[in-house]
Design a protein around this ligand. Structure first.
Ligand code: ATP
Ligand code: MG
Length: 649
C-alpha cells in the first residue's frame, strides 16, 4: 500500500506527542552512543537498597548469550510500587476497579494497597512460601490479582500468572512446568455477564498428572454461590484478615526472577519467559512514563488482562512503580454493548487509554455511532498493542474514540521484551498511521534480508526484524529450558536477538511491522506481508476485519486466501468481492490477487485477541484434521463455521 499516503491524513496538526522530535533524536543518540551513562541516569527512577555499580554486562552470541543488568544492585519491586509512594501519594487511588457489572466499583489508595499486599505476603509466608518459590495465579481482573503479584514480589517468590480464560489442561501444563506449591484463584470470574468457574477449573487441573506439586489453593471468594471447598483450599480473604499488614520486603538482587509468563501461544507450545526484578521493573516504569507521557493527575486505563505481559507491565508494574492511578476493568468491551468502553472512560475521567487493534476493530464494526453514549472529553492519549494497527482502525481511534484530539501510540513489543520497543514518540502530525515507527531509547533495531545478511544503512528495506544489543527489560531465559531460549532467539542471526517479526523500513527510517515472519507470503517469488493486504481490505467501508494467509498454489507457489468479516450492516456479494480485489490491486499491485475470498462471521483469536493464522492457514490448505491445540482460542465455534464454509480449490 502507498503507506506515506496515509501519513498525516486526518491527523490534527500541532498535537504534541510525548517527546519533541529534537529531544527524541538527541536522547536516542545519547542512549546508543553512551549506554552506560544513559542507563546509570535512568536507573535512578527506582529506589535501590543497594545502588548498582555494574550497569551492563551483555553479549549476544550463538548459543551463549549473556544478559545481565545492574547485577550488583539490590531492590524490592513491591517497595518500588508501594512503599516509596506512601509519603506523597498515600491517599491517591492506586487502583480504580470497575466490575463486569458497572454497579461494582472499588477504589484502593496506595496506603490500602500497601496494607493489603503486606497481609497477602504474610499469608503466603504462613503457608511456607519462600524466596525463589513459584506461585501460580489464575485470577479474575480484580485488585486481589495485583495484590497477589506484589505480595509474591515482596517475599521474593516468583509468580506465574495464567490467564483466567485458559482451560484446566492449559493451566495444568503451566503449573507443572514451573512446579508451583501454591495456586491463587477465585471461585468465579465475571466476564460479559457470564461466570467462568475458575475454582472448578483449578480442581480439574489438579486432577491432571504433573500437578502433584500443589499443596495449597488460595481462593478469593467473589461469587454468591457456595464454594466446593477441598482440603487443600483456603479462603484467602478470611486468612488475610488475621495477618499483620507489616511485612519486611525481601532484599532481591536485580537479576533475581520477578516472574515467569507463558507467551500467548500464537505460534506453538507456550514458552515460560523469565523476567527480572531490576531490569524489567526499570524498563516497564520508564516506557510507561515516556511513551504515554504520564503526568501526576492522569487516570490511566490499560484494558489488557493481567494474564498477559501487557497486564504485567502496563496494568500493574509500570503504572504502580510510577505512582499512577491504574484502572482495572473486569469485563469485556462488548458488554452490555460496545458503548461500554466510552462509558468507562467517562465514569472515571480516564486520560490515557491503552487497548488492542482487535478491540478497536470490533467497535469499528458497529459503525461510527457506537460511541454515542459517551463524550470521552477527558481522554488525551490512546495506545494500542498486539497486532499491527491498520490505518483504518488508527483513524477510528483518532477521530471517533479520541474526538480528533488524541495522539495514537502504536506500541510494538513482545512478552520477551518486557516493555515497549517501538512507538511513534513524536508529534501527531508527523505520525504515519499504521507505523510503529521508532525504537525506544537504548533499542537498536536492524533488518536482515532473506539470505540472513544485514540490510545496511538507515533507509528503505524490508526483512526480518532483529535487535542488536541487550536492553534491561529483556527476558533472561525460558524457565527450565535455557537451551530453547538460546536456540529460539539467538541462533538465527548470531549477535542479534531474533524477534520473529518482519518489518519494512521506509525512506525516513521509520519502521512498519509487517507481521510474523512465518506469515510472510511468497507469491510467484514476491514476498508480501499479511498486514499490508489486510490494511488495504479493512480500509473498504464494508470490511470490519480481514485475515490473509497463503495456501499451496500450483502455479504461484503460494496463493492468497482472504477471510473477510463484514461490517454489521454489509452483505457479501460477487460485486463486493470484485471491489475488494480492485482495492488490493490498487494498493499493493497486480501480483496481490486474492485467489479465494471466504466471508467469515468471525475470526479465530487467541485469548489475547490476536488472529490465529496458524489455524486459518490449515483451513485454507484444506488440512482440517490436524488443527493442533485450539484450547487457547477465545471462540472455538468460529473454527467449525470456517471449516464448513471453506473454499475448496
Ligand atoms: P507466541 O510467541 O507464543 O507465538 P505471541 O507472539 O502472540 O505468542 P506476545 O508476546 O503476546 O505473544 O505477542 C508479541 C507479538 O505480537 C509480536 O511478536 C508481534 O507479532 C505482535 N505485535 C505486538 N504488538 C504489535 C504492534 N504494535 N504491531 C504489530 N505487531 C505487534
Ligand atoms: Mg511471540
Amino acid at each position: 500500500m502507498s503507506q506515506t499516503a496515509h501519513a498525516m491524513a486526518g491527523a490534527a496538526p500541532g498535537l504534541r506527542g510525548p517527546i519533541s522530535e529534537q529531544d527524541y533524536r538527541e536522547r536516542y543518540r545519547y542512549s546508543i552512543e553512551s549506554p552506560e551513562a544513559f542507563w546509570r541516569e535512568e536507573m535512578q527512577r527506582l529506589d535501590w537498597m543497594r545502588t548498582p555499580e555494574k550497569i551492563i554486562n551483555g553479549h549476544f552470541g550463538e548459543n551463549h548469550s549473556r544478559i545481565r543488568w545492574f547485577e550488583d544492585g539490590v531492590l524490592n519491586a513491591s517497595v518500588n510500587c508501594l512503599d516509596r509512594h506512601l509519603e506523597s501519594r498515600g491517599d491517591k487511588p492506586a487502583i480504580i476497579w470497575e466490575g463486569d457489572n458497572a454497579d461494582h466499583q472499588r477504589v484502593i489508595t496506595y496506603r490500602e494497597l500497601h496494607e493489603k499486599t503486606g497481609q497477602f505476603a504474610n499469608m503466603l509466608k504462613t503457608l511456607g512460601v519462600k524466596r525463589g518459590d513459584t506461585v501460580t495465579l489464575y485470577m479474575p481482573m480484580i485488585p486481589e490479582a495485583a495484590m497477589a503479584m506484589l505480595a509474591c514480589a515482596r517475599i521474593g517468590a516468583v509468580h506465574s500468572v495464567v490467564f483466567g480464560g485458559f482451560s484446566p489442561e492449559a493451566l495444568a501444563g503451566r503449573i507443572s512446568d514451573c512446579t508451583s506449591r501454591v495456586v491463587i484463584t477465585a471461585d468465579i470470574s465475571r466476564r460479559g455477564g457470564k461466570q467462568v468457574p475458575l475454582k472448578k477449573n483449578v480442581d480439574e487441573a489438579l486432577a491432571i498428572k504433573g500437578t502433584e506439586c500443589v499443596e495449597h489453593v488460595l481462593v478469593v471468594p467473589c461469587g454468591d454461590a457456595p464454594i466446593d471447598w477441598q482440603s487443600r483450599d483456603i479462603d484467602a480473604c478470611a486468612m488475610m484478615k488475621e495477618q499483620s499488614a507489616q511485612c519486611a520486603p525481601e532484599e532481591m538482587n536485580a537479576e533475581d526472577p520477578l516472574f515467569i509468563l507463558y507467551t500467548s501461544g500464537s505460534t506453538g507450545t507456550p514458552k515460560g519467559l523469565m523476567h527480572t526484578t531490576g531490569g524489567y521493573l526499570l524498563y516497564a516504569a520508564m516506557t510507561h512514563q515516556q511513551i504515554f507521557d504520564l503526568r501526576e493527575d492522569d487516570v490511566y486505563w490499560c484494558a489488557a488482562d493481567v494474564g498477559w505481559v501487557t497486564g504485567h507491565s502496563y496494568v500493574v508494574y509500570g503504572p504502580l512503580a510510577n505512582g499512577a492511578t491504574t484502572v482495572m476493568f473486569e469485563g469485556v468491551p462488548s458488554y452490555p454493548d460496545y458503548g461500554r468502553v466510552g462509558e468507562v472512560i467517562d465514569r472515571h475521567n480516564i486520560t490515557i487509554f491503552y487497548t488492542s487493534p482487535t478491540a478497536i476493530r470490533a467497535m469499528m464494526g458497529r459503525g461510527d455511532h457506537v460511541m454515542d453514549s459517551s463524550r470521552r472529553d477527558s481522554l488525551r492519549l490512546i495506545g494500542t498493542v498486539g497486532e499491527p494497527i491498520n490505518p483504518q482502525a488508527w483513524h477510528f481511534s483518532h477521530q471517533i474514540i479520541g474526538n480528533g484530539r488524541c495522539p495514537i501510540m502504536d506500541t510494538w513489543w513482545q512478552t520477551e521484551t518486557g516493555g515497549h520497543m517501538m512507538a511513534p514518540l513524536t508529534d501527531v502530525d508527523k505520525v504515519k498511521p499504521g507505523a510503529a515507527m521508532r525504537p525506544f531509547f537504548g533499542i537498536r533495531p536492524a533488518l536482515m534480508d532473506a539470505e540472513g545478511k544485514r540490510i545496511e544503512g538507515e533507509g528503505e528495506g524490508e526483512g526480518s526484524l532483529v535487535i542488536e544489543g541487550s536492553w534491561p527489560g529483556q527476558a533472561r531465559t525460558i524457565w527450565g529450558n535455557h537451551e530453547r531460549f538460546e536456540e529460539t532467539y539467538f541462533s538465527m542471526h548470531p549477535g542479534a536477538y531474533f524477534t520473529g517479526d518482519g518489518a519494512h523500513r521506509d525512506a525516513d527510517g521509520d519502521y512498519w511491522i509487517t507481521g510474523r515472519i512465518d506469515d510472510v507470503l511468497n507469491v510467484s517469488g514476491h514476498r508480501m506481508g499479511t498486514a499490508e493486504i489486510e490494511s488495504a481490505l479493512v480500509a473498504h467501508p464494508a470490511v470490519a476485519e480481514a485475515a490473509i494467509v497463503g495456501f499451496p498454489h500450483d502455479m504461484k507457489g503460494q496463493g492468497i486466501y482472504a477471510y473477510i468479516t463484514l461490517m454489521q450492516d454489509a452483505e457479501p456479494s460477487e460485486e463486493l468481492a470484485r471491489e475488494l480485489n480492485d482495492v488490493v490491486r490498487r494498493d499493493i499491485g497486480a501480483i496481490a490477487k486474492l485467489d479465494a475470498i471466504q466471508w467469515a462471521p468471525g475470526l479465530p483469536k487467541t485469548r489475547s485477541g490476536k488472529i490465529m493464522r496458524r489455524i486459518l492457514r490449515k483451513i485454507a490448505a484444506n488440512e482440517v484434521d490436524g488443527l493442533g491445540d485450539i484450547s487457547t482460542l477465545s471462540d472455538p465455534e468460529v473454527v467449525e463455521a470456517l471449516i464448513r464454509d471453506r473454499i475448496q480449490h
